[in-house]
Design a binder for this molecule. Structure first.
Ligand SMILES: Cc1cc2nc3c(=O)[nH]c(=O)nc-3n(C[C@H](O)[C@H](O)[C@H](O)COP(=O)(O)OP(=O)(O)OC[C@H]3O[C@@H](n4cnc5c(N)ncnc54)[C@H](O)[C@@H]3O)c2cc1C
Length: 294
């Protein structure tokens, strides 16, 4: 099968999608698309591409049944620029291949993340890993302090390099807000795992916005697979055994046996479930229909 060209993805190639104050996501290249997924899924049956409707049904079937390997046939390469603290979270996703700018080889640029005023919120009281909804008092002064510290540290960094200190040791004093860049290549199955975790409301805002930019690229490259990802992963809610038992009790007209923290988490999941809406162009038959791989 010849190289798959997708017009929407071609339009995105080499375009910087701006993220945060100085970062970006750029789709460098892609290999494969929905067509490649269905070809790979059908290879054992010797049956090629069928109608759009059947392809959509098959991709939906694969996603629903976690038959994930055909999605690994699609690859995306990104060039991204992000603060080091975002890169630290990002790099935990081990199934990608990456190549990062070298602070031993190059002088690091004078580019630091400065949060928007709206992100300068207080510590969340119920989640130790999160921020609250309220912008903190003195946020403007704090931003000015951050910028002053960044200027000072960068001046010291360049000063030490100018005096002959090795770049590899001078850079060790630079802060987490410094921007770094890398090339990052991942297959679509593992990109969906990344997006599922990092587009979630529990992920830190500063990585979520990168995930959202990459989601645009994934959607352009493989729109049917992206729809299936939204259907079965992104907009789905997972209930524990205890929660399923509680739900069964409620549906049978009984009382909810959950209490305390377990009840609070259950109620959050119910609220998330109730907030889910179908897209306007949803084809309900395809969303629920069972389509065999041949
Ligand atoms: C909201 C949030 C908060 C977090 N907080 C913290 C934190 O406080 N501290 C912290 O350390 N981390 C934290 N993490 C990171 C988290 O624990 C995971 O490391 C990260 O999300 C990557 O997930 P993953 O392992 O599924 O991804 P990947 O590394 O992409 O792995 C994908 C799948 O491949 C498997 N896999 C990958 N490599 C191998 C291998 N070599 N051998 C066998 N199987 C492999 C994995 O088991 C997994 O099933 C947080 C993540 C999120 C989303």
């Amino acid at each position: 099968m010849a190289r798959v060209i997708v017009e929407a993805a071609e339009q995105l190639l080499d375009q910087e999608i701006k993220v945060l104050d100085k970062g970006f996501v750029r789709l460098v290249d892609y290999m494969g698309s929905d067509e490649r997924i269905v070809q790979a899924a059908r290879v054992s049956y010797g049956s090629g591409t069928k109608s759009f409707r059947q392809d959509k049904g098959l991709i939906n079937y694969l996603m629903r049944n976690q038959h994930t390997s055909p999605f690994e046939q699609v690859n995306l390469t990104f060039h991204t620029k992000m603060p080091i603290f975002v890169a630290r979270q990002w790099v935990r996703h081990r199934t990608a291949r990456l190549n990062e700018i070298s602070g031993r080889y190059s002088i690091m640029k004078d580019e630091f993340y400065v949060p928007d005023l709206g992100q300068m919120r207080g510590q969340s009281e119920d989640n130790k890993q999160a921020r609250s909804d309220e912008v903190i008092a003195n946020a403007t002064e704090m931003i000015a302090e951050m910028e002053a510290d960044q200027r000072l540290i960068y001046d010291h960094y360049t000063g030490m390099v100018d005096q002959g200190l090795a770049r590899e040791i001078a850079r060790s004093n630079l802060p987490l807000s410094l921007y770094t860049e890398w090339y990052w290549q991942i297959d679509l199955h593992n990109l969906f795992r990344f997006l599922h975790l990092r587009m979630d409301g529990h992920a830190q805002y500063e990585i979520r916005v990168y995930a959202e930019a990459m989601a645009k690229c994934a959607k352009a490259v493989s729109p049917l697979a992206y729809d299936a990802f939204e259907e079965h992963m992104l907009n789905s809610v997972r209930f524990s055994r205890q929660e399923c038992v509680a739900m069964s009790a409620i549906m049978a007209g009984g009382a909810n046996p959950l209490e305390g923290r377990a009840l609070a988490i259950f109620e959050q999941k119910l609220a998330a479930m109730q907030a889910i809406r179908l897209p306007e162009d949803d084809d309900a038959n395809l969303a629920v229909g069972e389509v065999s791989p041949v």
